[in-house]
Write a protein that binds this ligand. Structure first.
Ligand code: COA
Length: 195
């Protein structure tokens, strides 16, 4: 799917998302942002976030929320969905995505990221630059896999969780919803309870 799109959030992450969308054939009309105006990376800041709920603003346009804060990104994405706005998905052309991987609406997959066989990435997630999410992983809605993090096979990342930059999640590891895995940490699967 391509077409016209507006990026919510004109910070560093928003600029990366806009770049990915433009590289993959979208026409990026501009940003919405409460703290910026004028132009950012050559694209106009069309107004504050409040414009998103004005009737007609998204006629003929998709949206993607490009905020690093998981709770804010999920809340705004859900509000847009409730208003019937289509969420764009931004997958960098250099990302490697298995044929049967699933990537939800409103999710960003960054440059050099890898999403393996039968992996399932939820809605409005971030799989950031050079992160890898191996076979059979599940990354639930609104979660964030930071740059260079490595998820081995069968890892589960709960809703709204953050896997810090460069963390390594060994096979079968589980991150509870909303939790943070520290940058550079190694997380293994919990031993299964005995008989
Ligand atoms: C783990 C983390 C959440 C801790 O944040 P915090 O609660 O604000 O903790 P602080 O920064 O006050 O650090 C507390 C202590 O833990 C240490 N620490 C913090 N993060 C650490 C990490 N990733 N690995 C090892 N030690 C860490 C600090 O050096 C400090 O040690 P000290 O008490 O001896 O001085 C945070 O450092 C982190 O790793 N977040 C992930 C960030 C990330 O990858 N974002 C991606 C953006 S694209």
């Amino acid at each position: 799917m391509t077409g016209r799109v507006v990026v919510l959030g004109a910070g560093g992450h928003g600029r990366v998302v806009a770049d990915i969308l433009a590289l993959t054939g979208w026409t990026v009309d501009g940003f919405l942002d409460d703290a910026k105006n004028g132009s950012v990376s050559g694209l106009p800041v069309l107004g504050p976030f409040a414009l998103a709920v004005e009737s007609g603003f998204f006629d003929g346009r998709a949206a993607i929320v490009a905020l690093g804060d998981n709770a804010q990104r999920a809340a705004l994405s859900r509000a847009l969905c409730d208003c019937g706005v289509t969420l764009a998905t931004a997958i960098h052309p250099s990302a490697v995505v298995a044929r049967d991987a699933v990537i939800g609406a409103g999710t960003m997959v960054g440059a050099g990221a890898i999403v393996g066989v039968a992996a399932h990435i939820g809605r409005f997630c971030i799989v950031n630059t050079a992160a890898s999410v191996d076979h059979d992983c599940a990354v639930e809605d609104g979660a964030f896999v930071a740059p260079g993090a490595r998820l081995c096979g069968g890892v589960r990342v709960g809703e709204g969780a953050l896997v810090g930059a460069g963390a390594i999640l060994l096979p079968g590891a589980v991150v509870s919803p909303g939790r943070t895995v520290p940058a550079g940490a190694v997380l293994r699967a919990s031993p299964s309870p005995g008989p």
